[in-house]
Design a protein around this ligand. Structure first.
Ligand code: ADP
Ligand code: MG
Length: 272
């Protein structure tokens, strides 16, 4: 399958955040997006999933040639798009396991049913794989979960729902070193010809556990550079200033191109 994003522009509250994103993802690939804070990474994931707060003003997203932007969130989910949110919501009154079962059921035809036996077996295995507390699936969704438990819970949903395109927005934030390894290995374990991921992260750490095939750097609402794993190391060592300098991007927060060039120059910094 193929997810194609072309010249995507999107705004919120009349502020343009995405300014022409181009990105193509095939199942079988593992993509990572890195980029400074406030650059539009969460906005991109929200627009792919169909969050109505964001208005697409230009461009397209297609899934195997079908217009994704005209589909409801439900339809997108049934087509195999999955989003692990940066800040997962708490939902009182619905247990994790009921929620996952209902979501699995929604993917089946009218006369098909999720086998309870298979469901319980798979859920038990996923909980063990993620080294989660066994009572978490039976508690209300994310209610009273620690930051790390919420993140693991997103991965639990992904493992159970087996999406074709999983967007993981800062799934590593709030995870300790052990949890990071568990989450990373479980994401990597999803790799198949029917699965693609779009991993949004700031740090190399999570990506140490994942065989990433494509790396993209997003700055000011656009993907400005794409490559392989070597980009991860470069960003980890040098941050993002070099890209801004290379591409002559004006930093919107200071509006001074000069400031970026000086800021990235160790000699100048030291001389001050
Ligand atoms: P990232 O995930 O890359 O850190 P986001 O996509 O969350 O960035 O945010 C991109 C930009 O959109 C930020 O500058 C943020 O302040 C801005 N933004 C988000 N929500 C709103 C809003 N409701 N009104 C105006 N600007 C917003
Ligand atoms: Mg974000």
């Amino acid at each position: 399958m193929e997810l194609v994003i072309k010249n995507l522009h999107a705004k919120i509250d009349n502020k343009e955040i995405l300014k022409g994103v181009d990105l193509t993802i095939h199942t079988g690939e593992m993509h990572a997006i890195m980029g400074p804070n406030g650059t539009g990474k969460s906005t991109l994931s929200a627009v792919i999933m169909g969050n109505p707060k964001y208005i697409v003003t230009e461009g397209s997203i297609t899934l195997d040639g079908e217009d994704l932007l005209s589909m409801s969130v439900d339809e997108r989910s049934r087509k195999g798009i999955f989003l692990a949110m940066q800040y997962p919501n708490e939902i009182t009154g619905i247990t994790n396991s009921d929620f996952i079962k209902a979501a699995m059921q929604a993917r089946l035809g009218e006369n098909e049913h999720v086998s309870l036996f298979k469901f319980i077996k798979e859920m038990d295995k996923a909980v063990k794989d993620l080294k989660m507390n066994p009572d978490l699936p039976h508690r209300y969704i994310n209610e009273g979960f620690s930051g790390g438990e919420k993140k693991r819970n997103e991965i639990l949903q992904m493992k159970m729902l087996k999406p074709h395109f999983a967007i993981l927005d800062e799934i590593d934030s709030g995870l300790d070193v052990d949890a990071l390894k568990i989450v990373g290995e479980n994401i990597n374990g999803m790799q198949s010809d029917n699965f693609a991921s779009l991993i949004i992260t700031h740090y190399q750490r999570l990506l140490d556990y994942i065989d990433v095939s494509n790396v993209h750097i997003m700055v000011n609402g656009k993907i400005v550079k794409s490559g392989g794993k070597e980009l991860i190391t470069k960003v980890d060592n040098e941050g993002y200033d070099w890209i801004k300098v290379e591409l002559g991007i004006v930093d919107e927060s200071t509006n001074k191109k000069e400031a970026i060039i000086l800021g990235s120059c160790a000699v100048n910094k030291g001389a001050k």
